[in-house]
Each structure stands twice: as C-alpha cells, then as structure tokens.
Design a protein around this ligand. Structure first.
Ligand code: HEM
Length: 161
C-alpha cells in the first residue's frame, strides 16, 4: 500500500469504512431514519477520496449519496469537494482541529452550484467529529425557501479491517 501523502497526514484517523445511522428532518418533509456507509481512501496524492451512500431505515430503499475529495490547503484548514446525484455540487471549506487525543473536528460551510433541474439549495454547513472509532456529524441546510437549519445528524463506527 502506498504511503499517505504528508499533506493529508492529519486526516489519517478518517481512513477506512464507517457505518451507522442517522435521522433527517426539514420543515417541508417527513422526518426519516437512514443507514449510512462512508469510505475514506487515498492513492498517495495530496487528497483523500470519499464516497457515501445511504438507505431508508423503514424499507431499505436507496436515499442520498455523494462522492468527492478532501484536501488540506494549510494548517488547520480543510476543503471537501462533493458531487451529489441531485444536480448539486458542493465546495465545503473550513477549519480542521486536531485534539491532544488525536480526535479530529471540522466546521465547514459550503459554496453551492446547482444544475437547472436541481432543487433550490442556497447554503449548507457541516460539523464533523472523529474520535477513535466514532464519527458523528450534523448538516444544516437552507433550501426550498427555508432559512439555514438542521437537516441531518448521524453517528457512524469504523469497521475493523
Ligand atoms: C445523509 C444524507 C442525506 C439524506 C439521507 C437525505 C435524505 C433526504 C430525504 C429522504 C428527503 C425527502 C424526500 C426527498 O426529497 O427525497 C430529503 C429532502 C431534501 N434534501 Fe436531503 N438528504 C441528505 C443530504 C442532503 C444534502 C447534502 C443536501 C443538499 C446538498 C440535501 C438536500 C435536500 C433537499 C433540497 C430536499 C428537498 C426538500 C423539499 O423539497 O422540501 N440533502 N433529503
């Protein structure tokens, strides 16, 4: 296996596959539960690869998915470049803090680009925390005429290789 590029060494705790579950809500939709699988990988270049897929808890049907890359442009900073199958592309930028115990916490806000057919999403923020084998996150969204507010929260555990 190729060595992790030094530029993304601080993100080493993310590498691997994570599974778990979350809850989604928004004023315009019914609250839902979902299962989620996320994989962070690398190929020795200065980025991590990222894939995510989700399924409904009630009947297992596929829900949201996203894929992209994570970069570390400088100390304490991080960038996520994400593509969504819903016609949305998200550039997340923000802070990446490494705790004394090796925990990682990120506070990100997005620049959004949308295709002509995509739903109106105007702002998105994400908070992500990784500590040992536990990854948790929340997502806030401004969309379809609603102000920025909670959309998602989930807790995942790292699968043992
Ligand atoms: C774990 C990830 C996510 C899951 C499981 C999820 C799931 C859902 C579900 C089940 C709905 C309601 C039914 C539907 O429209 O399909 C919904 C609505 C929506 N989601 Fe998410 N979503 C996720 C992430 C995102 C992200 C990252 C964005 C924006 C970039 C987003 C934007 C929206 C929008 C705009 C709506 C429609 C609201 C409306 O039309 O009233 N979602 N989501």
């Amino acid at each position: 296996m190729v060595d992790l590029h030094p530029a993304v060494a601080v993100l080493a705790p993310l590498l691997g596959t994570w599974t778990g579950s979350g809850t989604g809500e928004y004023p315009t939709i019914a609250t839902f539960g979902y299962s989620e699988t996320v994989t962070f990988g690398h190929i020795g270049k200065p980025f991590l690869t990222y894939t995510q897929r989700t399924a409904a808890v009630d009947d297992g049907r596929p829900l949201h998915a996203e894929t992209g890359y994570i970069r570390v442009p400088g100390p304490g900073r991080v960038e996520w470049l994400l593509a969504h199958p819903t016609g949305i592309v998200e550039i997340l930028e923000g802070t990446c803090d490494i705790g004394a115990d090796g925990s990682v916490s990120m506070e990100l806000s997005s620049t959004i680009a949308r295709s002509a057919s995509a739903k109106e999403v105007t702002a998105l923020t994400r908070s992500i925390a990784v500590s040992g084998d536990r990854l948790s996150y929340t997502v806030q969204m401004a969309a379809v005429g609603q102000p920025l507010q909670h959309h998602l929260a989930a807790v995942l555990r790292k699968e043992q290789p």
